[in-house]
Design a protein around this ligand. Structure first.
Ligand SMILES: O=C(O)CCC(=O)C(=O)O
Length: 263
């Protein structure tokens, strides 16, 4: 039975080099106060507004990735819902970890909110790069999470298996999978190596917990969200070069347009 050796766990910090150490050791880290209060307020309003709008119109989406179906609400394609999510996609702390873990150029695979509420259920334990061919010898992606609300044990903080990224594979039924909650205050950024086994915790107190999860990958993978069909064209028109790259509009070798990297 293969298990990761765990001496301690992630220690939330404002110090990026300290956070990087956690990321290397445990496969995750938490950066406190990564999102400035004004931006957090804007993000929170936009997330809950989009979720409420989807519910009222019958557009609500669940992810159905485990027993969380009909309990956790997902809001997909956030960059098209409000420009503040474009700012988040290229946030300097996010970009710091994307460049460090994945390199540059990278693609934004998806950006969605996961809102846990009462009822208590979680997704299946997974690694975000679980769909990528194994064996792995490095992270092919990094998930940048944002705590829109405080993440607590009771409201379903993200849980992870410390050190599982070092096993370089998805888990099997034989693996011990001790879960550690990533508790963190609103405004924190959670960074997870694409190989890390994780899930959302079970929400037992009915207090909503919104988290935004953005998966960035090597530029060789088809994104989870089909940006070419779903992205608001204004982003294509007005977005920065960084955004154009993240959404796949600045191809390197693949995805060129008549041999060129732009129209
Ligand atoms: O909602 C959470 O805490 C985890 C979400 C997650 O695992 C994912 O989106 O891949």
């Amino acid at each position: 039975m293969a298990t990761a050796t765990v001496e301690a766990g992630v220690c939330p910090t404002r110090d990026l080099p300290r956070a990087e150490e956690d990321l290397r050791s445990f496969g995750a880290c938490v950066v406190l106060d990564a999102i400035a209060p004004a931006m957090l307020k804007e993000i929170r309003q936009a997330v809950y507004h989009a979720a409420d709008s989807d519910r009222r119109r019958g557009w609500r989406r669940d992810y159905a990735y485990g027993s969380d179906d009909h309990l956790n609400q997902r809001v997909w394609n956030l960059p098209s819902r409000d420009p503040v999510f474009c700012d988040l996609a290229e946030h300097e702390v996010a970009m710091h970890f994307v460049r460090q873990v994945v390199g540059w150029p990278a693609l934004l695979s998806s950006m969605s909110a996961n809102i846990t509420s009462g009822g208590g259920a979680s997704m299946i334990l997974h690694a975000d790069q679980g769909y990528m061919p194994q064996p792995w010898n490095r992270p092919h992606g990094v998930n940048i999470g944002v705590c829109v609300d405080d993440f607590t044990v009771e409201n379903g903080a993200t849980c992870y298996v410390a050190g599982s990224h070092r096993l370089n594979r998805t888990h099997t039924a034989e693996d011990a999978t001790p879960l550690t909650p990533l508790t963190a205050p609103a405004g924190s950024m959670i960074v997870m190596d694409g190989r890390l086994w994780h899930t959302n915790g079970v929400n037992t107190n009915g207090v909503s917990r919104a988290g935004i999860f953005s998966l960035y990958t090597l530029p060789i993978y088809l994104p989870q969200e089909n940006w070419f069909l779903s992205l608001n064209p204004a982003i294509r028109q007005f977005g920065s070069e960084t955004l154009q790259t993240l959404f796949g509009f600045r191809p390197q070798v693949m995805g060129r347009i008549n041999g060129l990297d732009r129209i």
